[in-house]
Design a protein around this ligand. Structure first.
Ligand SMILES: [Ca+2]
Ligand SMILES: [Ca+2]
Length: 311
């Protein structure tokens, strides 16, 4: 990994004994909720609680006056499973399913680090450097979800937006970053980032065995077995199969989204029912949550920095 432009990654790169290995536990990039004071927002807090948070489904937020939102999921836990898959690939430079229609370490590494450089360029060196100390965990989540990249983000009005999928969720997080200058339209255009939904999204197929990642999740008895099975062509989740057995099947993975496509959230399976609106819940709080609840950001005053947990 290049050291200059990608220096930000250092926070979550542990002892890179091998070139291009990124060690990041996305579940560590989360949240210690301050307890009591949050009763009013408990539905939202519960939705965001890691490692079981599933907030990358069809969602919307409206932070123009009082804060309101509806959050959806896609039936797969985000950090432990969906981002866990990304993490496992980033850790293993030997992983390569390209010859059988799957993903490789190189592909995921390149997308992950490319997006890091793109966002850094969009935000500018000074803003990015200012954000980095406080927001590295959040930035890691952004890059992880961008790498998956499915879904869409649409700003309907300043502070009012809809989003779906990991890509849309990542953009919603970028939208909420407390920058010193307004975030440009290019910065919140998912089309400007690289992504690998055909391999990494719920309906993608990382190992090219014909079973979608959701298939593998539903056939798994644990998170670890999901991550292992989704990267093992002799398994569908916890179940042993013949290599490539699912290739003739009808898995959703066969309809995996192509790179750059913006899938619609309504395709997501098992969408969680919308949560009740959480009035008065400032974006600043949500961002502070990513920092362990210690910091309330100025962003509440900007009106633009809304944030939500979907995807
Ligand atoms: Ca999910
Ligand atoms: Ca598979």
């Amino acid at each position: 990994m290049r050291v200059g432009a990608l220096a930000i990654v250092v926070w979550f790169v542990a002892a890179p004994a091998l070139a291009n290995v990124i060690n990041v536990n996305f579940c560590d990039c989360s949240i210690n909720f301050p307890p009591e004071a949050l009763a009013e927002y408990m539905p939202l807090v519960e939705a965001l609680s890691f490692p079981d948070a599933d907030v990358n489904g069809a969602s919307w937020m409206d932070d123009r006056e009082s804060f309101k939102c509806e959050l959806g999921g896609n039936a797969m836990p985000d950090c432990s499973c969906e981002l866990g898959l990304v993490s496992a690939i980033l850790r293993n430079p030997e992983l390569d399913f390209k010859a059988v229609g799957g993903v490789s370490h190189e592909m995921v590494y390149n997308v992950f680090t490319h997006n890091l450089a793109v966002l850094q360029a969009y935000l500018g060196v000074e803003d990015y450097a200012a954000l980095q100390p406080l927001f590295d965990p959040l930035l890691a989540l952004i890059y992880g979800h961008l790498t998956i990249g499915n879904g869409a983000f649409e700003e309907e009005a300043p502070g009012q937006y809809t989003f779906s999928g990991s890509g849309g969720y990542a953009i919603s997080l970028i939208y909420a970053l407390p920058t010193t200058v307004p975030i440009s339209p290019e910065t919140i255009d998912l089309a400007n980032y690289s992504k690998l939904p055909e391999y990494l999204a719920w309906n993608g197929d990382a190992d090219g065995d014909g079973f979608s990642n959701l298939d593998e999740y539903l056939a798994s008895e644990s998170t670890a077995e999901f991550v292992a099975g989704a990267l093992d062509r002799t398994r569908c989740g916890s179940q042993v199969i013949g290599e490539g057995e699912g290739e003739e099947g009808e898995s959703e993975g066969e309809e995996g989204e192509g790179e750059g496509e913006e899938g619609e959230g309504e395709e997501d399976p098992g969408e969680a029912p919308p949560l009740p609106a959480a009035k008065g819940f400032a974006i600043a709080f949500l961002l502070s949550v990513f920092l362990g609840g210690g910091i309330l950001l100025h962003s509440a005053g900007t009106g633009r920095n809304g944030r939500r947990p979907a995807n």
